[in-house]
Design a protein around this ligand. Structure first.
Ligand SMILES: *[C@@H]1O[C@H](CO)[C@@H](O)[C@H](O)[C@H]1NC(C)=O
Length: 519
């Protein structure tokens, strides 16, 4: 009997610790899903029960405590969009992605997610409950409705770093004078014109958000969650209250980064979360190839979202010829087989990127500068040559150049020549590698690994029922109060009134007018 009580006690203690977590990565962007899968892996390792709503269902899903909900249909949003290929960008020289386009795409992703039958089945089931909801944050906040539905804390996982957009949700938007937009080419310190441009960018963004985007998102929120809550006998809270109610935001950035704005206590950096530790051993063919490259290896990959096979064929041929002239082994991740590949070039359809970057014989990494690749470069202390294509890649590469471990080459028809020049510099000049190693040591010098930190704060939020103690009071103070515009208005009004009264008083005394006339 005693044993039974003890056993059930142990069971109860154990089960209260295991959380039911809903993780949602709604965007058809492969690298984001890599981050999501990393988060899921850490939660499972900590013994929690995870429901993962994903555009890219895992092929080999864990069998225990794990369920995935397929929203691969969301990928249809990008299917016919040629503007998202390297080839398109090369021809059109797009330098800055239009923020409105991103806002609309994320909004559409939210609509598609809630319309998905698999998701509908989940959210319409009154027996489902979760202890916490974790959602990938890109522009739209509509998904916060899930935390309302399950009456549990809301956590955002932001794939980028500390930045005014996520910060405005839990604290206040940082000052544009030193926190340029993530799509902006400007860097600190900003010139007068850049500061004006950043301010204008914010005003434009806020205008669109308030008058175009948010009304539509409110409608999606109300249409989706209104009936669901009604069925459960609850009333739907106002959308404005819900979107500013997150308990915590995780930022996919790390401590080695410079020039980032200060953050509130409920913004936590977990950059490197997706990196698998310990590093998986290289498959034999890669291991042999890299081990036996006397002059080192150059690794070239444009990430998972950009397909390098949209590059024009002559350009690819020219790149191959250029690589063929190098002494180094080149591993190029490319989606299709190519003709006339030089002996030192190895085209691979898939590459174990993290394990390659961990190999000391790899000399440099040519990358589009996606966030995950940028973090991996710092993690493994690898200097990079960045060929940014769009979105935040320009910012990431710009930061890497500023931090001294990267060179950048524009995507153009001159790519082979420019790339060759950059490779020559990189191979001759050791400062880039040294700087990468230095940043890597700063990055690794931390109390805990990002996965441990991540699960700790998720658990903390649940244990403390939403971690209200971490919330900054700033977000609920309107701009006019923060800028003391009311005080300024009062002072101006008083001064005006004072002069008005004085002038009236003097007008009434005829002596003064006489004097004036005489003068
Ligand atoms: C805000 O979050 C807290 C903590 O998770 C929750 O108790 C509260 O109901 C939420 N408020 C709204 C309006 O969703």
């Amino acid at each position: 009997m005693k044993l039974l009580v003890l056993m059930s006690l142990v069971y109860l203690l154990g089960s209260t610790e295991a959380l039911k977590v809903l993780v949602l990565f709604p965007y058809a962007v492969k690298s984001l899903s890599i981050l999501g899968t990393g988060a899921v892996r850490h939660l499972l390792n900590a013994g929690h029960e995870v429901t993962y709503i994903t555009v890219y269902p895992l092929k080999d899903p864990p069998t225990k405590n794990f369920r995935q909900i397929d929203i691969s249909k969301n990928a249809e949003l990008f299917k016919n969009d040629d503007s998202l290929t390297i080839g398109y960008v090369l021809e059109h020289q797009v330098q800055r992605t239009d923020p409105l386009q991103i806002q609309l795409v994320t909004q559409e992703s939210a609509r598609l997610t809630f319309e998905n039958e698999n998701v509908k089945k989940l959210i319409e089931d009154p027996n489902e409950h979760f202890d916490v909801v974790i959602v990938d944050l890109v522009e739209t906040e509509t998904f916060a409705g899930l935390a309302v539905l399950y009456d549990c804390p809301m956590i955002w996982l932001y794939s980028m770093g500390a930045h005014w957009q996520p910060l405005r949700l839990i604290d206040r938007a940082t000052n544009p004078a030193y926190d340029p937009d993530y799509l902006s080419p400007a860097k600190n310190p900003l010139s007068f014109l850049e500061r004006v441009d950043e301010l204008w960018t914010r005003i434009k963004w806020q205008y669109r958000k308030t008058f175009i985007i948010q009304p539509e998102e409110r409608k999606i929120y109300e249409d989706t969650f209104g009936p669901l809550l009604e069925k459960r006998g609850r009333t739907l809270p106002d959308y404005e209250e819900v979107i500013f109610n997150a308990s915590l935001i995780f930022g996919n950035e790390h401590d080695a980064v410079r020039d980032r704005p200060s953050t509130p206590q409920n913004f936590k950096f977990i950059g490197g979360l997706h990196v698998e530790e310990p590093v998986k051993p290289l498959p034999k063919e890669f291991q042999d190839l890299i081990d036996n490259s006397k002059h080192g290896v150059i690794y070239f990959s444009m990430g998972s979202f950009l397909q390098s096979n949209s590059l024009p064929k002559p350009l690819v041929a020219e790149l191959l010829r250029m690589f063929g002239g190098l002494k180094q082994t080149v591993i190029w991740k490319f989606e299709t087989d190519l003709p006339d590949v030089p002996k030192n070039v190895h085209i691979v359809h898939w590459a174990p990127q993290q394990s390659i970057l961990a190999h000391p014989n790899v000399r440099t990494f040519i990358t589009h500068g996606g966030l995950l690749s940028s973090i991996e470069a710092v993690h493994f202390g690898m200097p990079i040559i960045g060929v940014p294509v769009f979105f935040d890649q320009f910012t990431n590469i710009k930061k890497a150049v500023e931090n001294g471990y990267a060179l950048t080459v524009p995507l153009s028809h001159n790519l082979p020549k420019d790339l060759k020049a950059a490779i020559d510099v990189m191979l001759k000049d050791d400062t880039y590698r040294k700087k990468a190693k230095e940043l890597s040591s700063i990055y690794h010098d931390r109390l805990t690994k990002p996965g441990v930190k991540f699960t700790h704060w998720v658990e903390h939020v649940v244990r403390t029922r939403g971690a209200r103690h971490l919330r900054s009071p700033a977000w609920r103070v309107p701009l006019y109060q923060r800028l003391y515009l009311d005080l300024i208005a009062l002072v101006l009004a008083s001064v005006y009134l004072f002069f008005y009264i004085v002038s009236r008083l003097f007008k009434k005394t005829p002596k003064k007018t006489d004097k004036k006339k005489r003068n």
